[in-house]
Design a protein around this ligand. Structure first.
Ligand code: FEO
Length: 169
């Protein structure tokens, strides 16, 4: 059974994952309007992933005798400066999500809720992958600089980039 404190903290995380999904969806839509179809596909997939993160948490809350709450969300920005700016924002956002997950883990330890602590380990590993992926993509963008031909190839490559952090063979 979840304590009210842990239930409320988990529901906050539900909201953060849902907001991440909306945020990346907005980035995907912007990229599509810029002709960056590879980046758009990557970001649509990433948005879907965040929704599964949200769902997993929501269902865990319900399974543990709590009530997963569907949050109201603020409209994310619709305009972005560049594809580089998007991935910088993703990295910054994921670092913040990692901090929130760590905070949750800490609350569970203090509350001696080892079941939720165990459940959250999946998120701890996932955050390592998410940050790594954003850094890898930013490194690629740095190599390209402002070069158009490079950006074209980068965009094409992103289509085959797995949002789980592995490049498909
Ligand atoms: Fe579900 Fe990107 O954190």
């Amino acid at each position: 059974m979840l304590s009210p404190k842990i239930e409320s903290a988990l529901n906050k995380q539900v909201e953060l994952e849902a907001a991440s999904s909306q945020y990346y969806l907005s980035m995907a839509s912007w990229a599509e309007t810029q002709g960056l179809n590879g980046a758009a596909q990557f970001l649509y997939k990433h948005s879907d992933e965040e929704r599964t993160h949200m769902l997993k948490l929501l269902q865990f809350v319900n399974e543990r005798g709590g009530h997963g709450i569907i949050p109201a969300l603020k409209q994310p920005s619709a305009k972005f400066k560049s594809i580089q700016a998007i991935f910088e924002q993703i990295l910054e956002h994921e670092i913040m999500v990692s901090e929130e997950i760590n905070r949750l883990v800490d609350i569970c330890l203090k509350d001696k809720d080892y079941t939720t602590h165990n459940f959250l380990q999946w998120y701890v590993s996932e955050q390592i992958e998410e940050e790594k992926l954003a850094r890898q993509i930013l490194d690629k963008l740095k190599l390209i600089g402002g070069e158009k031909g490079g950006l074209y190839l980068f965009d094409r490559d992103l289509q085959s980039f797995d949002t789980g952090g592995q490049e498909k063979k």
